[in-house]
Design a protein around this ligand. Structure first.
Ligand code: TMP
Length: 204
């Protein structure tokens, strides 16, 4: 089973991905917890390249290409082999982040982003995607203390487009998505997510 977590910065997805991983390991599932961009040595190098603040302009198409290149390394070297071995793969961000950030956020044609997502993954899609939805103002409050990377430093309007993008994608594929209110308490969210995952694992 392939599970992804999505949402804007500060939505709590990294915490929830870890909690889900621990709960499944406790139940003796073989689990691989990974993230995008990143997850393999080459993809982690591309992550540093992507997130580093820089003086030079980073054109949207260059950004899209590097996210897709990192994904291609990740799918080929880690995600596909792990699924083949029967592991549950939990990934912090995946294809929907590219549609939301580079498509809805940067304004790149959505069909181009979808095409490149398709190429980078060979058509692999998550069985379940958990979207932690949160108002952008609340997310900004949560991340105000940390040092921001290149994408986190974008303005409120950019992140609002990204949030609306995620909600739109989830509306188009309701059977793949579990949309939860990221303002809920951590333990309550975890219980909700875990019960959905266990239900789906039972049905596999
Ligand atoms: P993270 O903060 O969740 O680790 O994600 C790193 C940043 O990369 C985050 O600001 C979202 C951004 N991102 C994209 O813009 N497009 C993508 O395809 C992915 C996977 C992440």
């Amino acid at each position: 089973m392939f599970i992804t977590f999505e949402g804007i910065e500060g939505c709590g997805k990294t915490t929830q991905a870890k909690l889900l991983c621990e709960a499944l390991v406790d139940r003796e599932y073989s689990v691989v917890l990974t993230r995008e961009p990143g997850g393999t040595p080459a993809a982690e190098e591309l992550r540093s390249f992507l997130l580093k603040p820089r003086e030079e302009k980073f054109p949207p198409f260059a950004e899209l290409s590097v996210y897709e290149a990192a994904r291609s390394f990740h799918v080929e070297n880690l995600i596909k082999p792990s699924l083949k071995e029967g592991a549950v793969v939990i990934c912090d961000r995946f294809i929907d982040s590219t549609l939301a950030y580079q498509g809805y956020g940067r304004g790149i044609d959505l069909s181009l982003v979808e095409r490149l997502n398709q190429e980078a993954t060979g058509g692999l899609k998550p069985n379940l995607t958990v979207l932690l939805d949160l108002p952008v103002e609340e997310a900004f409050r949560r991340i105000s203390e940390r040092r921001k990377d290149r994408i986190e430093s974008e303005n409120l309007k950019f992140h609002q487009r990204v949030r609306q993008g995620f909600l739109e994608i989830a509306r188009r594929e309701p059977e793949r998505f579990l949309v939860v209110d990221g303002r809920k308490e951590v333990g309550e969210l975890h219980t909700l997510i875990l019960s959905e995952v266990l239900r789906r694992l039972g049905a596999l």
